[in-house]
Design a protein around this ligand. Structure first.
Ligand code: HEM
Length: 181
């Protein structure tokens, strides 16, 4: 896992719970806690921080990961405005994930192990996204989708019809977006 993800967690924890919270979290996790954005760190280390954060913030581990995704999206929008330019809906933005966003992330952060998504766009208007990864971080993706909807002023319903966390062969999101107000 790239250091940039640990830095993101540091940033969202510090914004929401104050600057001291990150240090307390690192102590509680029993990890070293020093990260550089281009460095690569064991996934287990990330999961140890998530496991320590859950009781500290009164969330489940999955909720911590989803929350990170939701809060990370506006930070991505500040840092990487080029990925958002030209879109007026989360739908077209999300559809660039495989061809533009994550390939560019791999170029910016050599060694990044980004997940892969397969898209289906049935006539119903629902956007179907199937997630596969060496990790089980579909909740991060779910949070990013929620954050993207908010960014573009849309309400979103995400039905997760299958999830590897529940023993299914893959994770599938059925994303329904509606313009707010
Ligand atoms: C501006 C937009 C985005 C940027 C800059 C970005 C960047 C990244 C980076 C740096 C990683 C870590 C890779 C690693 O540690 O090896 C990552 C992982 C991930 N990204 Fe993105 N991402 C973006 C948008 C999205 C969106 C919209 C989704 C929504 C589904 C998504 C889903 C994920 C997931 C689920 C992971 C976790 C790694 C895994 O599951 O294997 N990303 N992304």
């Amino acid at each position: 896992m790239k250091g940039v993800v640990f830095d993101l967690l540091n940033e969202v924890v510090s914004r929401r719970y104050g600057l001291l919270a990150w240090g307390e979290l690192i102590d509680a996790s029993g990890v070293d806690g020093t990260y550089t954005s281009l460095g690569n760190y064991p996934d287990e280390e990330f999961m140890s921080i998530v496991a320590a954060a859950a009781p500290m913030f009164g969330k489940s581990e999955t909720e911590v990961v989803r929350w990170l995704g939701r809060e990370a999206l506006p930070i991505f929008a500040e840092r990487y405005p080029m990925f958002f330019a030209g879109h007026s809906s989360a739908r077209t933005f999300l559809l660039t994930l495989e061809d533009i966003i994550h390939p560019e992330v791999r170029r910016l952060y050599p060694g990044a192990a980004v997940p892969s998504f397969r898209f289906e766009t049935p006539a119903s208007g629902v956007l179907v996204m199937s997630y596969s990864s060496q990790r089980q971080l579909c909740a991060f993706g779910e949070g990013l989708i929620e954050g993207a909807a908010e960014h573009f002023g849309e309400d979103v319903r995400i039905d997760q019809s299958s999830c590897t966390g529940r023993g299914d062969p893959e994770c599938v999101f059925e994303v329904t977006l509606t313009r707010q107000g």
